[in-house]
Write a protein that binds this ligand. Structure first.
Ligand SMILES: Cc1ncc(C[n+]2csc(CCOP(=O)(O)OP(=O)(O)O)c2C)c(N)n1
Length: 335
């Protein structure tokens, strides 16, 4: 029971963060996610890739990781980053472009990393997180460090070459890495199935290299957690790489400004009924845990409201910061 409450807390915190970030990138919505008549400023410049609806995958996997374990993420990385233990206020500050953000306000959503909790970074390049995680896992093995690496990626990533390269290297060197395919059935605005050869391609391709894979309902947080627990135990025991294929659904458009009109509204309506948080809440209520569930929801709202308030009040980077953290090519390079 405690475990479902913990998983629920992670999911609800992610949802609160995503809802707040979405509102802040669109304007017109106040703190707490409530609509308001007055347009509030657009605090987040540019579109965001939201993971709304996919929270169970991040929560169920990261439940079994410690800060020593290493993680790579995708362009849709807020949920993974929060679940791995990053600070919501520093993340929000980064989205708001504030100096107190994870990247000094200069990187934004797709560059958030926090090495102190083992989060090696979101990544705007599709599939790029896999070889990075494999490199990290190889370093862990060579240095005999008792930790593993995990890489989240979308179903669109499995059709790019680095997927094969990463899995092959991990298997040949028997590296401690868990690959997690967060299959939301769509790649940006294109359905993944018609452009992917084979059935159950993520797991089938892993199995063809001898990497054991498990498929799971990615909207059932307890099922994800159980599957991840078993695979991570095998990876930790030195069994080499494993792959988890979690089927979920992206409730929002590709980015926060995408109304996703290319999807059949009936499909979306059906998917919303399968919401992972609603499913977990129903279970908690059925198990007599309505009160702690409500407390968790209130705490998450308060945490994210505080993050929004802090981000809105935080100073922007100094103009001189434009010249720091950039590659110096040397005096006279451009002459
Ligand atoms: C190497 C590369 N090619 C193309 C893109 C443009 N792009 C951004 S997201 C995306 C689709 C990714 O699909 P998936 O991995 O399934 O993630 P989803 O957006 O569906 O969550 C593409 C093609 C990119 N970022 N990187």
């Amino acid at each position: 029971m405690t475990e479902l409450l913990d998983l629920y807390r992670t999911m609800v915190r992610i949802r609160a963060f995503e809802d707040a970030a979405e509102a802040a990138s669109q304007g017109g919505v106040s703190w707490g996610g409530a609509a308001t008549d007055q347009a509030s400023p657009v605090h987040v410049k540019g579109p965001l890739h939201l993971s709304t609806g996919q929270e169970a995958v991040a929560a169920g996997v990261c439940q079994h990781l410690t800060a020593r374990d290493l993680l790579t993420s995708t362009h849709r990385g807020h949920g993974h980053t929060l679940a791995k233990g990053a600070d919501a206020t520093r993340m929000m500050c980064e989205l708001f472009g504030r100096a107190s953000g994870y990247n000094g306000g200069k990187g934004g959503s797709m560059h958030i990393a926090d090495f102190s909790v083992g989060m090696l970074g979101a990544n705007g390049v599709v599939t790029a997180g896999l070889p990075i995680a494999v490199g990290a896992a190889h370093a862990l093995k060579l240095q005999r460090i008792d930790a593993i690496a995990v890489s989240f990626f979308g179903d669109g990533a499995i059709n790019r070459g680095p997927f094969l390269e990463a899995l092959n290297w991990a298997q040949v060197y028997q590296l401690p890495v868990l690959f997690v395919c967060e299959d939301n059935r769509i790649s940006a605005t294109t359905r993944s199935a018609p452009m992917t050869a084979g059935t159950q391609a993520a797991s089938a391709r892993a199995e063809s290299l001898g990497i054991a894979a498990t498929r799971v309902d990615g909207n059932d947080v307890e099922a994800v957690s159980e599957a991840a627990r078993a695979l991570i135990a095998e990876v930790r025991a030195g069994g080499g790489p494993r792959l988890l294929h979690a089927l979920t659904y992206r409730q929002k458009g590709h980015v926060s400004v995408d109304p996703a009109t290319y999807r059949d509204p009936r499909e979306v309506a059906q998917a919303l009924k399968d919401d992972p948080i609603a499913r977990a809440r129903e279970r908690l209520h059925a198990r007599g845990q309505a009160e702690p569930a409500a407390r968790i929801e209130a705490e998450a709202r308060a945490e994210i409201d505080a993050a929004l308030t802090a981000a809105a009040a935080a100073p922007l980077p100094a103009a001189s910061a434009a010249y720091t953290d950039v590659l110096t090519l040397g005096e006279g390079f451009w002459k």
